[in-house]
Design a protein around this ligand. Structure first.
Ligand code: URA
Length: 238
């Protein structure tokens, strides 16, 4: 998911022309998106993901790149708008100016670590399957799974016709009715953790993402965020 912008607005943001002049340039066939000339109005692009060129030269916005780690509360959606009017995660970031979008998604009832940025390239790098970026979760699950079931999940289980990639699971604490587990995966399929535990008969009762790679949420309070520095960004890929 990413923030899209009208092509003419993007051209204006890049400082090559006013929005009106940019429309003329589009109509004249001077602008291409991902190598294809665009002449119609109304095309939207995603900065950092689509490559916009003018006269063969790649364009970039002058917007400063910003990175935040948010402790997402439950009840917030990770989309940029919500037809049902539920609160959206970007509304929690008080600094305005940057067109922020969340990297990946967390379910409405999942809390924890969520990176928000305006850097489409970093977002793509984190989410691209070939980079195998680890995401670690703490899940409170119903019952106490056997070692065999844990091993099944760790090795890969058939989920919607495709075996899940290897996972690492540690049981952190167990009570009579439920237990707390730590699980690290590098895929990002929809509702993956809940589905994986559901498949072995131990539904997830509460889910919290605690890290991207070695970038940990730590004791950041729910609903709060911190700005990430280059050293933090490196930890995502460790
Ligand atoms: N897996 C899930 O099931 N839900 C999330 O929000 C994230 C990972």
């Amino acid at each position: 998911m990413s923030a899209t912008v009208r092509l003419q607005k993007y051209l204006a943001q890049c400082g090559i022309a006013s929005r009106r002049k940019a429309e003329e340039m589009i109509a004249e066939g001077l602008i291409s998106v991902d190598g294809k000339v665009v002449t119609e109005m109304g095309v939207s692009i995603t900065p950092g993901m689509n490559q916009v060129s003018f006269a063969g030269k790649h364009l970039e916005t002058k917007e400063k790149l910003v990175y935040y780690l948010l402790n997402k509360p439950k009840g917030y959606v990770t989309t940029l708008s919500d037809p049902q009017g539920r609160p959206i995660v970007t509304s929690l970031i008080k600094e305005r100016g940057a067109r922020l979008f969340p990297v990946g998604r967390l379910d409405l009832d999942t809390e924890g670590a969520l990176i928000l940025t305006n850097d489409g390239q970093l977002a793509q790098r984190i989410q691209h399957p070939s980079n195998e970026t680890n995401k670690t979760y703490e899940a409170l699950i119903k019952g106490l799974p056997s070692k065999e079931k844990i091993t099944l999940l760790e090795n890969g289980i058939k989920l919607e016709d495709k075996i899940t990639s290897p996972a690492t699971i540690t049981v952190l604490a167990s009570k009579s009715q439920n237990c707390l587990v730590k699980i690290t995966i590098h895929e990002g399929r929809k509702r993956q953790i809940k589905k994986m535990f559901g498949l072995i008969g131990h539904p997830v009762l509460n889910l919290k993402r605690i890290a991207y790679g070695k970038l940990v949420l730590g004791n950041l309070p729910i609903g709060c965020y911190r700005q990430l520095k280059p050293a933090d960004l490196k930890k995502i890929f460790l």
